[in-house]
Design a binder for this molecule. Structure first.
Ligand code: C2E
Ligand code: CA
Ligand code: CA
Length: 655
């Protein structure tokens, strides 16, 4: 009977081991860890056992029980020492080792306590002592089944080891009451096994469910922090990594933040399609990851922008990393047999000098990137304080510019463009001036770029054209007005409409309006530009190419667009490099102008020698301080009146 019981017990234990194997390692560990929780229950159990055995030995005067008492004490001390020596929370201790150590202690304690109870029966101890020790052992066995249900093999093993000696002793005695005790225990064991297994299943299932949902949550979080196209961290991932790093950062630690923007990436997308664009981004991401240190977080910050957040990176390392980034990105990328070349602009800011926290570090890197871009792209700029000052000044100007337009602080000055043959004024160029109540007179070079960046240029440009057209309508019919247009103003929707409404409001004939545009306008041949020029040309508006010779070298657009004038930049006339070479250039431009029937204006004439030189070179028109600075509208009207009285620009007629 005992044999069949052991067999069925064994079978059940095998099943239990099998079922616990199906639990994942983490869940299994949680279950085993439960053995080590609430050590107080173990201590109470041990104390009960030891104290009861001591009392039993004393009362019954069975000396061997003192040995049992000593054994229990040794086991209890060994278990406590072993448990203190290793922490179940430490990953270094394997789950199996934790379980084994517990198992040895638990099994030996259970067997000894069972054996002591059996001895009180076999050696005919006092009835009260038999009750005390048998109750002690069985209570321990039953209690332990509930306590250790997380490891059913241990729980049931303990129950078995506690019960077995008592059952043997009961059979040995063979009296009716002891046979009844034997049967009681025999029935108790399967009942307890079933209860333990039930508790185990409930425990296991709830731990597994909790683990599954924890894994799912972890997966979702990883997904939410990853960019799908490149596999890098996205904005959320970057923020998370930055916050984590900053929280662990000791004072004095250096961190570099690289903000990388691919140059003209929009063209790749527009010309080759988004799928190709995505593959280029993925390749760039791979290369950035390769050159970045292990501890760095590389993120895609949306569009074609990337960020490398690099802890423990000093200035020297950052400079090296920046040049590696450029080198890696510049290597041609092959997509579908096409060779693509990509470039990038990089802005770098360092903690702690360029920002005390993540936000200010990002701001500084962004500013540095902006400087890298406006300085001609494909380069790295490290943040420095002057960048912030520039920005603050720009913001101030932008804000005040909007107010200035409303407050009428802006005015238009006019500078004459003179016929070099007759000395008569043919055109006035309208040049905007800003008389700031505190800062004094501001030059257009200072605020026009701000107006362009902020979009104020559209409103401002339309206002200037309207003012210039109104002034010109008061002048004699043969005098025209020239207005400078910014490329951004021309590309804005409804740009031609703004010009036409200025003409209509002033009643000025379109042929008396001349629009000065620069070569930069043709850098990206946008249909909006072509449309603007064609529409206004058809109405009779004239066009002049300003600052000729300073920028874009292709002359193709001179043939394509109907310019009436070319204004040779003043650096060819009065700059420090004026000499034989610039004279030759002026001659070439003049020759081209006469072939294409365009007039050539020399800008920046400050001396009679310069005037004579450009006239000799073939320029027909001139402009510069030699004739007049830009003057307010009433002065312009006066200059014209004087001229009409037969005194062409005072005595400035060139003989
Ligand atoms: P720009 O179109 O080349 O205008 C000529 C600039 O040269 C003017 O400077 C003028 O005062 C200056 N200048 C004229 N003669 C001489 C000379 O003999 N010597 C020297 N050294 N300089 C001379 P300003 O008025 O400061 O304008 C600077 C630039 O600002 C202009 O260059 C133009 O690009 C832009 N700008 C001026 N007014 C407007 C405007 O109303 N709209 C737009 N979009 N841009 C404007
Ligand atoms: Ca101009
Ligand atoms: Ca010019």
């Amino acid at each position: 009977m005992a044999g069949s019981l052991t067999r069925s017990l064994k079978r059940k234990l095998v099943i239990m081991r099998g079922s616990s194997d199906t639990v994942s390692g983490r869940a299994k560990r949680t279950l085993v860890k439960s053995l080590y929780t609430q050590p107080s229950t173990l201590a109470i159990g041990a104390f009960n056992g030891i104290a009861s055995t001591a009392i039993a030995a004393w009362v019954s005067e069975i000396n061997i029980l003192y040995i049992g008492c000593a054994l229990l004490t040794i086991i209890a001390v060994a278990r406590v020492t072993a448990a203190l020596g290793m922490s179940p929370d430490e990953d270094g201790t394997s789950t199996r080792k934790l379980e084994l150590i517990y198992e040895i202690g638990a099994f030996s304690y259970a067997f000894v306590i069972g054996l002591i109870a059996a001895l009180t029966i076999i050696l005919d101890g006092d009835a009260s002592v038999q009750v005390l020790m048998t109750a002690n052992a069985l209570c321990y066995g039953v209690g332990i089944c509930a306590r250790n249900a997380g490891s059913p093999s241990i729980a049931i093993g303990q129950l078995g080891l506690v019960s077995l000696p008592i059952m043997v002793a009961a059979i040995w005695k063979g009296s009716l009451a002891f046979i009844a005790l034997f049967v009681n225990i025999l029935l108790l064991i399967p009942a307890m096994i079933s209860i333990t297994l039930n508790v185990f299943r409930v425990l296991r299932d709830s731990i597994s469910a909790a683990e599954t949902s924890a894994q799912l949550a972890e997966k979702m979080q990883t997904l939410a922090r990853t960019d799908v196209v490149t596999g890098l961290a996205n904005r959320a991932g970057l923020n998370h990594a930055m916050v984590e790093t900053m929280m662990a950062t000791q004072p004095g630690r250096r961190i570099a933040l690289f903000w990388i923007d691919l140059d003209r990436f929009k063209e790749v997308n527009d010309l080759m399609g988004h799928p190709v664009g995505d593959r280029v981004l993925a390749e760039v991401a791979r290369r950035l990851r390769n050159v970045s240190p292990e501890a760095a977080t590389v993120a895609r910050f949306g569009g074609d922008e990337f960020v490398i957040f690099c802890p423990d990176c000093d200035r020297k390392m950052s400079e090296r990393l920046a040049s590696e980034v450029h080198a890696e990105i510049m290597r041609a990328i092959r997509v579908d047999g096409e060779r693509l070349e990509v470039r990038a602009s990089v802005g770098v800011a360092m903690l702690p000098e360029d920002g005390a926290d993540v936000d200010s570090l990002m701001q500084s890197a962004d500013l540095a990137l902006y400087h890298a871009k406006v300085n001609g792209r494909s380069q790295t700029h490290f943040y420095d304080e002057s960048m912030s000052r520039d920005l603050v000044r720009k913001r101030e100007i932008e804000h005040e510019l909007r107010a200035a337009i409303k407050r009428d602080e802006l005015s238009i000055f006019f500078q004459p463009i003179v016929d070099l043959e007759s000395g008569r004024i043919k055109t006035f160029e309208a040049l905007v001036r800003w008389f700031h109540p505190e800062k004094g007179e501001l030059r257009p070079d200072e605020f026009i770029p701000v107006a362009e960046e902020s979009g104020v240029i559209v409103t401002l440009g339309n206002w200037i054209t309207a003012q210039a057209a109104r002034a010109c309508a008061q002048w004699p019919d043969e005098v025209s007005v020239a207005v400078n247009l910014s490329p951004l103003q021309i590309r804005a929707p409804g740009a031609a409409l703004g010009i036409l409404s200025a003409l209509r409001a002033s009643g000025l004939d379109p042929s008396r309006l001349e629009l000065e545009v620069t070569e930069s306008l043709f850098l990206d041949d946008s249909p909006a530009t072509t449309h603007f020029i064609e529409e206004l040309s058809a109405k009779g508006v004239k066009f002049a190419l300003d600052d000729f010779g300073t920028g874009y070298s292709s002359l193709g657009y001179i043939n394509t667009f109907p310019f009436d004038k070319i204004k040779v930049d003043r650096s060819f006339v009065s700059g420090p490099n004026v000499g034989k070479q610039s004279e030759a250039i002026i001659r070439a431009v003049v020759e081209m102008g006469s072939t294409l029937e365009m007039e050539i204006v020399a800008e920046g004439l400050e001396s009679i020698e310069q005037v004579k030189a450009v006239r000799k070179a073939g320029c027909t028109l001139g402009q510069g301080y030699y004739f007049s600075r830009a003057v307010p509208d009433y002065m312009a009207a006066m200059l014209l009146a004087v001229e009409r009285k037969g005194d062409p620009l005072a005595q400035r007629k060139i003989g």
